[in-house]
Design a protein around this ligand. Structure first.
Ligand SMILES: *[C@@H]1O[C@H](CO)[C@@H](O)[C@H](O)[C@H]1NC(C)=O
Ligand SMILES: *[C@@H]1O[C@H](CO)[C@@H](O)[C@H](O)[C@H]1NC(C)=O
Ligand SMILES: *[C@@H]1O[C@H](CO)[C@@H](O)[C@H](O)[C@H]1NC(C)=O
Ligand SMILES: *[C@@H]1O[C@H](CO)[C@@H](O)[C@H](O)[C@H]1NC(C)=O
Length: 448
């Protein structure tokens, strides 16, 4: 009995020593590979890294909200149309998987790439999504290529996007500037304002709720270095709007801009597949728009879903012509002002940049902007933008290329410039041949 206990003690102590040996061996053999200065850091660092991969949403994992919180989650969902509760639980610098093709991970890029300024437009964006965008840009872009981040606030009303945001961005290690539009101006105008304020050699536009992954920037800049007129676009993966899970997208589509300068996805045509000879690490070329599989940033499904939907619409209607509609009297243009369905159409100085001032005049004699049509329902009334119904009716305008008038057939009135009391909204009036009722429809070219 006594001998048995003695044996147990000897066994246990030797076991402890074996463990200690193994630990020491492992510790020092690993450290042979690292710099001296990292010695003391190593175990602590590893603990932090493994812990940071376990938080909510780390490594791009889905965040699932417990049952008892679901009611609150649904309430919060309405604020931004994504799962705000999940987003707020995830670290602003969360880790993401590297989903690039292996061939892309090992590509080497020139050292002397052009540097870039990042422009991000936001309107009432959530704190966590906006700052996760900014952190991912800072953490995953080579510092010497990143000149600055310019945040353009398109007239947000939320309090935390004012002083609190200004204070926060001052703590970041890259210059972050905030520009404020005086009034709601729409994406295009806000982007142009941001672009004008940049000093980098390349301007990169990002959505306010995306996260960049490692190696996202270098391939984009490398294409521009090869051809400085190139407009490049990465493959964009998807963040689930429900769980914030990172989901890899397809490299069989390419991104491009439609006639409104909105981003769209298009399937890669067969001739491009043939040209790449099966090498999916080569960029897809289409005109001057390039999508490269090694560049990955992503955007929430909310926007991607919308892009896909309208991408289809704009492909379908691509046989119609696109116009800028300029008033002869004031030289200003009809402008959708980035407004939505059921809102009034606007009127603004012609900027010649397309965007919100491009309308299509369809075979049904509708004046159309994306899937909305100009619509007037009462005499001398304002002109609204409603869903196109293809039934003519209040959406039919007859253009007279000689008199330059746009006759609203249902009311037998003419489209006229805005009145004194509503300066920004074109209205209907009795046709009397005045210059304010004359409109020049100039064809827009759609290629970049
Ligand atoms: C994020 O930042 C925190 C605090 O600075 C740090 O502890 C953590 O390791 C970081 N996470 C990642 C994935 O880098
Ligand atoms: C960006 O590159 C240009 C040209 O090389 C250089 O003049 C400029 O200083 C760079 N900007 C920053 C902030 O590094
Ligand atoms: C047309 O009517 C508007 C007011 O409705 C008036 O101001 C304008 O002078 C008229 N033009 C002509 C050519 O009669
Ligand atoms: C505009 O384009 C359409 C269709 O391509 C064409 O029929 C029309 O003549 C053009 N108008 C002008 C003013 O160039």
């Amino acid at each position: 009995m006594r001998r048995f206990i003695y044996c147990k003690v000897v066994l246990t102590t030797s076991l402890v020593w074996v463990l200690v040996d193994v630990f020491l061996l492992l510790y020092f053999s690993e450290c042979n590979k690292c710099d001296d200065k990292d010695h003391s850091l190593l175990p602590a660092l590893r603990a932090v890294i493994s812990r940071s991969h376990e938080g909510p949403g780390e490594m791009g994992k889905a965040v699932n909200i417990p049952k008892e919180e679901q009611e609150k989650m649904k309430e919060l969902f309405k604020i931004n149309q994504f799962n705000l509760m999940a987003s707020d639980m995830i670290a602003l610098n969360r880790s993401l998987p590297d989903v690039r093709l292996d061939g892309c991970k090992t590509k080497v890029y020139p050292d002397d790439l052009p540097n870039t300024s990042i422009v991000i437009v936001f309107h009432n964006e959530a704190w966590s999504t906006l700052l996760r965008t900014v952190h991912s840009v800072i953490n995953r872009s080579p510092r010497h290529l990143l000149v600055e981040v310019v945040l353009v606030d398109d007239a947000s009303e939320r309090d935390f996007l004012q002083k609190k945001l200004e204070n926060y961005v001052q703590t970041l290690e890259v210059p972050v500037r905030i520009l404020r539009m005086e009034q709601r101006s729409g994406l295009i105008r806000a982007r142009l304002r941001g672009a004008a304020a940049t000093s980098g050699q390349v301007i990169t536009f990002l959505d306010a709720h995306c996260e960049c992954t490692v190696g996202w920037l270098e391939p984009l800049l490398a294409r521009i270095k090869e051809d400085r007129t190139a407009v490049v676009c990465p493959i964009i993966d998807v963040i689930s709007d429900e769980t914030f899970e990172y989901m890899a997208g397809s490299d069989m589509t390419y991104g491009g801009f439609n006639w409104k300068l909105n981003f769209r996805w298009y399937p890669v045509p067969q001739r491009e597949m043939d040209r790449r000879k099966g090498d999916r690490t080569l960029p897809v070329r289409f005109g001057s728009v390039v999508a490269s599989p090694e560049e990955r940033a992503k955007s929430s499904t909310r926007t991607t879903g919308a892009w896909l939907k309208s991408g289809w619409t704009s492909l379908k209607t691509s046989s119609t012509s696109y116009h800028r509609i300029r008033n002869v009297e004031t030289n200003q243009c009809v402008d959708n002002m980035g407004r939505k369905e059921n809102e009034k159409v606007g009127f603004f100085n012609c900027h010649g940049m397309g965007g919100n001032q491009v309308f299509s005049y369809t075979a049904d004699k509708e004046i159309r902007t994306d899937d909305l049509c100009l619509d007037a329902s009462r005499l001398n009334g304002p002109v609204l933008m409603l869903k196109c119904h293809h039934m003519k009716g209040n959406q039919m305008f007859e253009y007279d290329a000689e008199r330059l008038t746009l006759l609203h057939v249902n009311s037998n009135q003419c489209l006229d410039m805005p009145s004194e009391d509503d300066k920004m909204v074109p209205t209907l009036r009795e046709c009397n041949g005045s210059r304010s009722q004359q409109w020049l429809l100039r064809n827009m070219t759609l290629s970049a």
